[in-house]
Design a protein around this ligand. Structure first.
Ligand code: ZN
Length: 346
């Protein structure tokens, strides 16, 4: 009896990891503050993960690290443009160290400061980056700026078919990256594929709103930290009770499964490495890459495959049932280099 040919196994992705160094965090006594490409690849190897999406740390060297550490102020240094060095340094580090080309770099951006200069810098990396990422909270730059002075950044993403990853927050004292504003931005640019991070802080109504937008995916980055905060009745960092997804937060795999259903599968697995841990003046939450991986072992196979492979490729490359777009030819992102594309006939 003939046996069916073996199906190629879909690659597994971590869609949310930081690489680089953060002098502002270090001077301020915040932790963690660094991670090299080799560190990340070692985690992937230990966990049996094939690929990862990575991007520089949050507080670019273009901002004054002493004003940040000593005065909690975010100010650009004279003559500098946000991430003018970090994006290029990440790409170079990947060229030297990621010899098997397993990592997909996103260029970091600031939604409101020196937008034209940022665009000029990022365009020079065309073909070497896979998309864009922003973390508005730390750099105190409102995400709603993308509806106004920062709109050309989204035009750039649309022009290059670059996916965009946005940090989200629900903390009332964070006016910069509120979930509702992140959703409003995604709704305003329906041709751009967004990943709105951190499970939208487990806010049920916002997750339902995200599920209505076909260009929005959500990642679960720093899931164990989120679940720990959710077990605290009054944590201001996740959705308040009454608005929170109804799940048992002592069972992190169950939480992922519930949200995966709410999002009809547009839910992504991301570690947030090394920020699955965070220690500063207010919070101390410490988990490891291995801890996050153990949660995956408790997921139903269907959910794990969706989160780590199918949804990840749909967000990153626009492949899947809806479309079959390819990355720039000749780059590490060209579809020829990725297994599994032959199955896409759209
Ligand atoms: Zn992150």
């Amino acid at each position: 009896m003939a046996t069916a040919p073996a199906q190629p196994t879909a690659p597994r992705y971590d869609v949310h990891a930081h690489v680089g160094a953060d002098f502002g965090f270090y001077l301020r006594g915040w932790w963690p503050y660094s991670c090299t490409v080799q560190d990340l690849l070692q985690h992937l190897d230990d966990a049996g993960i094939d690929r990862a999406v990575c991007f520089p740390f949050t507080f670019s060297s273009a901002y004054d690290p002493y004003a940040f550490a000593d005065g909690s102020r975010v100010t650009l240094l004279p003559g500098r443009v946000p991430f003018d060095r970090e994006n290029m340094l990440l790409v170079r580090e990947l060229d030297r160290i990621d010899v098997d080309r397993r990592l997909y770099p996103l260029a970091m951006f600031d939604p409101t400061r020196r937008v034209a200069e940022q665009i000029r810098n990022v365009e020079q990396l065309t073909g070497r980056i896979a998309g864009l990422k922003t973390q508005p909270t730390i750099i105190e730059s409102p995400i709603r700026g993308l509806l106004d002075e920062g709109r050309d950044l989204m035009a750039l993403a649309e022009q290059h078919d670059w996916p965009v990853l946005i940090h989200t927050a629900i903390y009332a004292q964070d006016p910069f990256s509120q979930v509702a504003d992140c959703i409003a931005v995604a709704a305003a640019y329906p041709k751009v594929r967004f990943n709105l991070a951190h499970s939208l802080r487990f806010h049920a109504d916002y997750l339902r709103a995200a599920a209505q937008l076909p260009n929005v995916w959500v990642d679960c980055a720093a899931h164990l930290a989120g679940c720990q905060l959710a077990r605290d009745p009054d944590s201001p960092f996740i959705a308040p009770r009454g608005h929170r997804v109804d799940a048992d937060y002592a069972r992190p795999a169950e939480v992922l499964t519930v949200i995966h259903e709410m999002l009809a599968g547009r839910y992504l697995w991301g570690s947030d490495n090394p920020f699955m841990s965070w220690a500063d003046d207010m919070i101390r939450v410490v988990f490891s890459y291995r801890d996050e991986i153990e949660v995956l072992g408790a997921l139903p196979e269907r959910v794990r495959r969706d989160m780590m492979s199918a949804a990840a490729e749909e967000w990153l490359f626009g492949v899947g049932p809806a479309s079959c777009r390819s990355g720039p030819a000749g780059s590490r992102f060209h579809t020829d280099e990725r297994p599994g594309d032959e199955e896409c006939s759209a």
